[in-house]
Ligand binder design. Structure first.
Ligand code: F6P
Length: 341
């Protein structure tokens, strides 16, 4: 078989490990051939490809980013659509596609599969917000990077007796904030799933200061402050019409400073969380998912994605994967909140 691979949507550490796992297993076990589509769905729509021989995936499991490039191109726009993609695949002699991506990518893959294309999915996102998998690769690395950065904020905060606010990614879920906040011993963690009033946040900050600590607040970019219906967004919409988030910490800092009298600084960690070398956990998960995607292709499981269930890799339908966001349960937040303040 000749298999096309694409990476689409926001990048994350581990994408290359998926590509390597799929290509090595595909070649070694089944004698498949591989073609990479460049820059996600753009490459699929424009038939922009490169061959992926075995030598090309040598040593790439530890490389961040994606050797294929990515984009947030919507395959139904930009002169795309199922007929164009079908014709491109036929012309290139490609039998099936492995689409590695998050919610937007998998939703597009589902529509294309419904239109008769042969596609299997591999879920990725630093946000860890896909419901049908216990963890997505990229998340562990993002948490590791955020935790290290927050530890650094802590030492400068302690020196100056300041309150430090660290803003992490996560879109509409608080997984990165919860894990990095717990790991770094934050005095408050603010996530989209839970409301916290400014008075409550100020109380946690003052209580930490009164014990002689430099207060540390970890806030998820999607946190919705009291009195607001939607998260802070001042950067317009992405190509799928979703608001670009970021900047809530810069709004909270002056408000908290005014309420507490404690000098307060905000740091937005941003795309640093998506860069660099994946953790060993993410490399292993990504490699296993890549290899399992080959099984999906061989077994003709079109319209499904591979996913992590406990320690097993399983196959689930796109429908199940796209039904709901995997949000932080209240019990997990309450567990962390015992140590706030
Ligand atoms: O979905 C991953 C993510 O990093 C989110 O956490 C963040 O809101 C968004 O992508 C940023 O997107 P972009 O890379 O397009 O700025």
């Amino acid at each position: 078989m000749k298999i096309g691979i694409l990476t689409s949507g926001g990048d994350c550490p581990g994408l290359n490990a998926v590509i390597r796992g799929a290509v090595l297993k595909g070649i070694a076990v089944h004698g498949h051939e591989f073609v990479g589509f460049l820059d996600g769905w753009r490459g699929v729509v424009e038939a922009d490809t490169i061959d992926i021989p075995r030598t090309m995936v040598r040593g790439i499991a530890k490389q961040g980013g994606t050797i294929l490039g990515t984009s947030r191109t919507n395959p139904f726009e930009n002169n795309g659509g199922p007929e164009v993609i079908k014709a491109n695949m036929e012309r290139l002699g490609i039998d099936a596609l492995i689409a590695i991506g998050g919610e937007g990518t998998l939703a597009a893959a589902k529509r294309l599969t419904d239109a008769g294309l042969k596609i299997v999915g591999v879920p990725k996102t630093v946000d860890n917000d896909l419901d049908a998998t216990d963890y997505t690769f990229g998340f562990d690395t993002a948490v590791e990077i955020a935790t290290e950065a927050i530890d650094r904020l802590r030492t400068t905060g302690e020196s100056h007796h300041r309150c430090m606010i660290a803003e992490v990614m996560g879109r509409h879920v608080g997984w990165i904030a919860l894990h990095a906040g717990m790991a770094s011993g934050a005095h408050a963690i603010l996530i989209p799933e839970q409301k916290a009033s400014m008075e409550q946040i100020a109380e946690w900050v003052v209580s930490a200061r009164d014990r002689g600590r430099a207060p540390l607040v970890v806030v998820a970019e999607g946190f919705v402050p009291d009195g607001q219906e939607t998260p802070h967004s001042e950067r317009g919409l992405d190509t799928f019409g979703r608001p670009r988030l970021g900047g809530i910490s810069e709004r909270l800092a002056p408000e908290l400073e005014a309420m507490t009298g404690i000098e307060t600084r905000a740091t937005v960690l941003g795309h640093i969380q998506r860069g660099g070398v994946p953790t060993a956990f993410d490399r292993v998960l990504a490699t296993r998912l890549g290899m399992a995607a080959i099984d999906s292709v061989v077994e003709g499981r079109w319209g499904t994605m591979v996913s992590l269930n406990g320690t097993d890799i399983v196959h689930v339908g796109f429908d199940a994967a796209l039904g709901n966001l995997k949000t932080v349960p209240k019990s997990r937040y309450d567990e962390a909140a015992v140590l706030f303040g």
